[in-house]
Design a protein around this ligand. Sequence first.
Ligand code: ADP
Length: 260
Amino acid sequence: MYTLGIDIGSTTSKCALVEDGKKLAALSLVRAGIGTRGYDPALKEAFDKSGIEPSAIAATAVTGYGRLTYEAADFTASELTCHALGARLIFPGVRTVIDIGGQDAKVIQLGEDGKMLGFVMNDKCAAGTGRFLDVMANVLNIPVDQLENEAAASAEPAKISSTCTVFAESEVISRLSMGAGVPEVVAGICESVASRVAGLAKRMAIQDDVCMSGGVARNGAVRKALSEALGHGILYSENAQLFGAIGAAIYAYNKTEHEI
Ligand code: ADP
């Protein structure tokens, strides 16, 4: 049985086609989020890649900040549920999921059986989210996917101490004008996100295994700084940004499976 998961986020739309709730059949990601119908090209890409016909889909679930903008789904599911389900498929022993997306960050605690025990979330402030990295990448005129390479060339991160994104933007410009190198400033920016999220995560008991989900997981400098700040290794999959969509497809499978 094939099910479809759609994750409509603030910056990207993601789709996952999953067979029997456990085998990935196709994944797609389009850089167009809520308000753009980015899910249309994402759906087309997933179906084209897999050769699966839309009529073969037993059920569809939609998640993400923009989930209410897609009306054709059988189910809507919370982001917490979907990121947890997606993470557990890829890392079955995971107990802590740290999801950093384009506009919020969440830390989800799971029991041994994968049941959600609790969560903490920052959706009030851009610092500690992908938005902070996007703003800074724009100021520095560096593509967001190049931040990790830039940071890797740094000798010592230039500490960014402003907790507000607007002030941090001025601080970055001032650091550069005082002679700090771009790699050092980028490393400081990545550390700032990691330290914010570590502060959030430490409000809960962090249990191994720990993994990241969401687009910011793709930034190796944030992963490394977060792992150091938490004192825990962090599991990483190149599909981390798709965990929400994968989880939505699993959610649709679980719902349909129990109803048959
Ligand atoms: P949303 O679902 O809200 O769109 P995502 O989980 O897709 O959020 O994460 C988006 C964030 O991920 C962006 O704000 C950006 O900072 C970061 N990001 C996206 N692609 C990359 C990449 N290739 N390398 C590093 N960071 C990335």
